[in-house]
Design a protein. Sequence first.
Length: 192
Amino acid sequence: MIDDAAKADLYGYLKHEREAVLAKLDGLSEYDVRRPLTLTGTNLLGLVKHLATWEARYLGEVFGRPFPEPLPRWDVESERLADMWADEHESRSDVVDRYWRVWEHSDVTVGSSALDATGRVAWWGNAEAPLFNILTHLLAETSRHAGHADILREQLDGAVGTDAESMAMKVHDAAFWAERNDVIEAAARSAS
């Protein structure tokens, strides 16, 4: 009983973080979801593609249920980092729809496996890992990238929140945030 509750909690939190990442695309242009916003090229659509790729691996390959669509390879130099951006031939809906298909595939793996069911993780030195560890890892990874998406979206248009409704609410105006930034900047300068 405790295992079922723990699995439901872990997977529930993962589902929430997935939705939060997708919400960051809402209302943005094709250019804005794709454009590199950091020195390393991090972009919103690339985060979605990356999360889809790795969830497909962790809740697919690891448990002997390979995702039925091709994925960029982690072990082929020319394909490394291909999951971090979408080329001009991959539409936003292609990437998002794939993520949804990955979720459906993951649902079967999680639904049919006990928390102590083990899989083999090739990129962890072929280590065996129980579903509990994989769900924990995926939750951490998805949450980490949801945080990246939060910052990228805020940079683009100031929207904050975890869903379309909360991102649309503007609790404070631009003048409030400018004043807040001035206070934080003054504290930083004073501290140095």
